[in-house]
Write a protein that binds this ligand. Structure first.
Ligand code: MN
Length: 287
């Protein structure tokens, strides 16, 4: 089914000596795994090509996957094929150099917003973009090569974007393609150890009891300057600790559910580096 999309993409890749791979801003496991996994597959399969993953920004919890590649000069952008992964709109592409490449391919599993790119492969039903990259490999495995490093990147994205294979987007094919990666030898123990690894400061922050620093309406949790220092609050810490638990809260809880005396709030991705007051809204807990 997807071969009608993946064949032209493979042919386009063959046409180019230089390829730059893009992802979305504020990287997660899927876009990081997909960019690095695709690069690794293409490096193994086409050793003569210059393939780079170039994007600003990083997420600390994905440090175990390694850094992106360094920047290249303008002329390389203009000679390159660009491949943007896991990104519905051009606005969200982290590296704005995407509009300077010679041609751009879009591979994504989000609801299509921008129809960017000269070639597009968008399947909303897919549980992750990494699943699509594994499908790309599987469709053309007579010509493409995979190894443990590529499998590790791609399995990471499949696991994280599917909520550890819990979400409804997980299909039989998702698990068959994940199985393909396990057959390559992915060590799930090490992977999960990395994904669940947290530093001591994030535990300290999570144990923080908001208590009297909550106001009622709108729902506020304020951090003083001392607290921002104590809990080392910054964007990366907040993103890592997306759920905080506050017990024995004295304020009116309004519509916020607290059946088990634990209030669950999803933190907004606001800049926490300045000590000020932040408004919280009710959100689902995240794993
Ligand atoms: Mn994704």
């Amino acid at each position: 089914m997807s071969i009608e999309y993946t064949t032209p993409i493979l042919n386009k890749i063959k046409e180019y000596d230089k390829i730059i791979i893009f992802r979305h801003e504020r990287p997660d496991g899927d876009c990081t795994g997909a960019t690095k996994g695709l690069k690794r597959i293409l490096n193994l399969s086409f050793p003569g090509k210059d393939i780079r993953v170039i994007n600003p920004g990083k997420s600390d919890y994905l440090a175990f996957l390694g850094e992106d590649d360094g920047e290249v000069d303008e002329s390389q952008y203009r000679e390159s094929l660009g491949i943007a992964l896991d990104t519905a709109t051009t606005k969200r592409i982290a590296n704005k150099g995407y509009d300077r490449v010679r041609e751009l391919i879009k591979i994504d599993h989000h609801i299509p917003v921008d129809d960017y790119g000269t070639l597009r492969w968008v399947e909303e039903e897919r549980s992750s973009c990494c699943e699509m990259i594994v499908k790309f490999y599987d469709n053309h495995k007579d010509e493409l090569k995979i190894d443990l490093e590529a499998a590790k990147y791609l399995y990471t994205g499949m696991v994280t974007d599917s909520g550890r294979f819990r979400f409804r987007s997980v299909s039989g094919e998702t698990l068959r393609l994940a199985g393909l990666l396990l057959d390559v030898g992915v060590d799930t123990d090490t992977l999960y150890a990395n994904l669940y690894m947290r530093d001591f400061d994030s535990f300290r922050f999570e144990s923080y009891n908001g208590g009297s620093s909550f106001s009622q309406n709108p729902f506020h949790l304020s951090f003083t300057f001392n607290e921002t220092v104590k809990y080392k609050l910054n964007k990366s810490r907040i993103r890592k600790t997306t759920t905080i638990y506050i017990t024995s809260c004295q304020c009116s809880l309004g519509k916020i559910a607290s059946t088990d005396n634990i209030v669950r709030l999803q933190l907004p991705t606001t800049n926490f580096s300045k000590p000020t007051t932040y408004t919280f809204r009710e959100g689902r807990t995240t794993s």
